[in-house]
Design a protein around this ligand. Sequence first.
Ligand code: 5GP
Length: 142
Amino acid sequence: MTAPYDANNIFAKILRGEIPSHKLYEDEQTYAFMDVMPQGKGHCLAITKAPFRNILDVDQASLSAVITTTQKLARAAKTAFDADGVTVIQFNEPAAGQTVFHLHFHVIPRFDGVALRPHTGQMEDQNVLVENAEKIRQALGQ
Ligand code: 5GP
């Protein structure tokens, strides 16, 4: 049995403005921001505004909205960094590697021959996050 949604998770706090984030995009149903422990240059996240734990409990409308935002981010991040490809990842429950229990899709620009850094590894320099966020926002036309 899966645990219920916990409104004190870190992404719920970001949505409520209780902790800061490097915002990239927002619409009625979704929000996008930089991952603070990037696995690669420009690693960002798309989340639902509604409280879902992961893909196992999300409703279809919110899932459609967040995957549409994920595609926007993927295209923009690829353009922003002139990447060779983009990895989109999504984890469900601790056994699968999920560490923050609010539905999110990872978008990671990829470069030929460059491996991903570890999941939830090192905190990125804030100046780098600011710079990379600006590049993605520009590519999004924000
Ligand atoms: P998960 O393991 O649940 O798929 O991914 C959670 C992601 O959230 C990780 O990539 C991690 O680096 C990121 N993360 C954890 N805490 C924070 C935070 O406070 N702010 C932001 N922007 N990202 C976070």
